[in-house]
Ligand binder design. Structure first.
Ligand code: CTP
Length: 383
């Protein structure tokens, strides 16, 4: 239908990027990007008028979004060549052809288009040996300055490599390593880096992505004065495993848990306070982030005793949130972690003989109620 509208309006219309990649791989992808050779905004308006649906234009970028009645959203862009006035900054945009539009993209596997106009419906545009790379499982940058212009592509390469179990082409790896060594990641804002790291840890096996970040020394470029060591790797593995365990047990527990914060607690635990503060601001972390990290560090040694009672664990950790609990689990012995898991299970199922309301009726005031409830909890935990 969109292709037919394209022909009526007199513009070639293509579906591009990740959707084409996933279509050829047979993977579901509901994120459809269209590119028009011509004015994408005016075309979007034309389609919205025909279908009587909502339309939002982002004039400066030559893009627009269409909102279908069933909630589906479609982005339409104008074929463009981006040029960078400064490395690692957002690009300036110029109207262009589909070939140039595809060439400015990150990797060959993401640089194919399929035509939608009825005359050539389904025609695959593959100018740079993209399909061959997809078939051979190769991640290849289209030009040598790709990572310099957009260093977040370094993190994207790792994400796609892990997701599809592909291999990064040798030259591409070389460009990546040079861009990393020349401190280009440091030029990117924390917000953009955070988005990419969060995407890596949302993948199926986040540990493989993290291992790759460690091996390529990217961790030290993302977080200054932080080093990826075998000890740290082991702790990250334990952290992800405990996160998955709690997730399997109780989906709700994890819904309100920020995986990115836990990862950062683990990675940054050896970093000094002033550097931590710099990183906190850069990545837009909450004000009490450093304090919460230090609070957990303070109980590492106290909790690592095999004969520790549940009531003692409660006393040490009762103020911790989910992120702190999982971070702590990465720091204790395997045996202790089993004990800690049983403790958490018991705590979440606990039934107290009296609740806050009962205590209020009995004449207890605010502070006392908290103290009394703690006491009752500890008694139940040790039963
Ligand atoms: N793209 C790019 N450089 C970037 C980000 C995106 O060239 N730094 C291009 C790629 O062609 C990509 C498309 O924009 O396919 C859409 O980007 P995005 O939606 O972020 O990624 P997808 O490839 O669709 O991947 P995912 O399945 O993870 O959404």
């Amino acid at each position: 239908l969109l292709g037919t509208y394209g022909t009526e309006f007199g513009v070639p219309v293509y579906v591009v990027g990740g959707f084409v990649r996933d279509l050829l791989l047979g993977v579901e992808n509901l994120d459809i990007d269209l590119v028009v050779e011509g004015n994408g905004n005016e075309f979007g308006k034309y389609v919205a008028d025909q279908l009587k649906i909502k339309y939002l234009s982002h004039e400066a970028f030559g893009t627009c979004s269409l909102f279908f009645k069933d909630g589906f959203k479609l982005d339409i862009a104008t074929a463009r060549t981006e040029y960078y006035e400064e490395p690692a900054k957002l690009p300036k945009v110029e109207i262009s052809t589909i070939k140039k539009d595809l060439y400015r993209r990150d990797f060959s596997i993401n640089a194919m288009a399929i035509k939608l106009n009825p005359e050539k419906f389904g025609l695959l545009l593959d100018f740079f040996g993209c399909k061959k790379d997809l078939d051979n499982g190769i991640i290849r940058a289209l030009y040598s300055l790709s990572f310099v212009e957009d260093p977040t592509r370094i993190l994207r390469a790792i994400r796609f490599e892990q997701r599809f179990n592909f291999k990064i082409d040798e030259n591409t790896l070389d460009y990546m390593e040079r861009t990393i060594e020349n401190n280009y990641l440091e030029k990117v804002t924390g917000t953009r880096l955070r988005e990419e790291i969060e995407k890596i840890i949302k993948e199926k096996s986040p540990i493989n992505g993290i291992k790759r970040l460690g091996k390529l020394k990217i961790i030290s470029h993302l977080f200054p004065y932080t080093y990826y060591t075998p000890t740290l790797e082991n702790e990250i593995i334990k952290m992800f495993a405990f996160y998955d365990l709690l997730n399997k047990e109780n989906k709700k527990y994890i819904e309100n848990t920020n995986k990115f914060y836990i990862l950062l607690y683990v990675i940054l635990q050896y970093t000094s306070i002033d550097v931590l503060e710099f990183i906190r601001v850069k990545y837009g972390l909450p004000k009490n982030f450093v304090e919460k990290l230090v609070d957990v560090k303070n109980v590492f040694n106290k909790i690592n005793k095999e004969d520790i009672k549940f009531s003692e664990i409660y006393e040490l950790t009762k103020k911790f949130n989910n992120e702190q609990i999982i971070f702590l689990a990465s720091k204790i012995s395997d045996k202790m972690r089993e004990h800690f898991y049983k403790y958490l299970k018991k705590l979440s199922n606990i039934k107290l003989p009296l609740n806050g309301k009962d205590l209020k009726k009995m004449g207890y005031v605010r502070n006392e109620i908290g103290i009394k409830l703690d006491e009752l909890t500890k008694i139940e935990l040790d039963k």
